[in-house]
Design a protein. Structure first.
Length: 253
């Protein structure tokens, strides 16, 4: 789904000193449980000129821009293509979710080429990312009692389980509820409650949700053990060649 480019974002894209290769919506909007006052998290990649990577100055590999649109905070964070590609080669489900997000605000042919490599980047070790992220969010829930980190916990575990079983990156919680049989029945109700307030408290029995998340951790362990995904990425050279080609093509323009 390519979004109609917001006028504010159009201006930001035009103001970038170097080409923006893609920008997609991440965070709660991608996960399927934005609240009425949720920030809009835009993530993507830019392309530094060749001289920026060959001189003595430190390259600006990561850029961040924030602005306000009708009281909603907009946040655009991009990495240079080389840095983004290196992140892709790690067991980092977060950047693959950004890359494959169906909420596309800006795209190019390079974006499409990167997306085409995702199936060969996935490994069974991506389960570690989702296991670790779920653990971090669970600790936030325990300390705050807020619904947001609880939903992030469930979402991470279900994404990891689905990935291990299907080889597909799926970050949208309502979709995962329909595709992962072990998804707790309470999730649609929690998603509906999250739309009312970004930082509302979770009206749940802490021991009941603890038992559910522990059970999902066990399911993720089993799914990883049984997964048909490979042990390592299979497209390191192809990704290297893409980064070099795109950089040189832009240098010749």
């Amino acid at each position: 789904m390519t979004l109609a480019l917001d006028p504010d974002l159009s201006a930001v894209v035009a103001e970038q000193p170097d080409p923006l290769l893609f920008a997609t919506v991440s965070g709660a909007h991608l996960y399927g449980f934005p609240s009425r006052d949720s920030d809009v998290d835009l993530r993507g990649a830019h392309l530094l000129p060749l001289e920026a990577l060959t001189g003595l100055r430190e390259p600006e590999e990561t850029r961040s821009r924030m602005w306000d649109r009708d009281g909603v905070e907009m946040d655009l964070v991009t990495h240079d293509l080389r840095k983004f590609a290196r992140l892709m080669l790690r067991r980092n489900g977060y950047v693959l979710e950004q890359l494959t997000s169906p909420l596309v605000a800006h795209t190019t042919q390079t974006h499409a080429e990167l997306v085409s490599l995702v199936p060969e980047l996935l490994t069974r070790h991506h389960a570690h990312h989702y296991r670790g992220f779920a653990g971090t969010q669970w600790r936030l829930f325990e300390s705050s009692g807020e619904l947001k980190p609880l939903l992030y916990t469930y979402r991470a575990l279900l994404t990891g389980i689905h990935l291990m079983r299907s080889g597909e990156v799926q970050a949208h919680l309502p979709t995962l509820v329909g595709e992962v049989a072990e998804a707790p029945a309470r999730l649609p109700e929690l998603v509906a409650a999250k739309t009312e307030a970004e930082h509302g408290r979770a009206e749940v029995d802490p021991e009941a949700v603890r038992a559910e998340t522990e059970a999902l951790h066990a399911v993720l362990d089993e799914a990883q053990a049984a997964s048909g995904l490979p042990e390592s990425v299979r497209v390191h050279d192809a990704l290297h060649d893409l980064v070099v080609r795109v950089r040189l093509e832009h240098a010749q323009r």
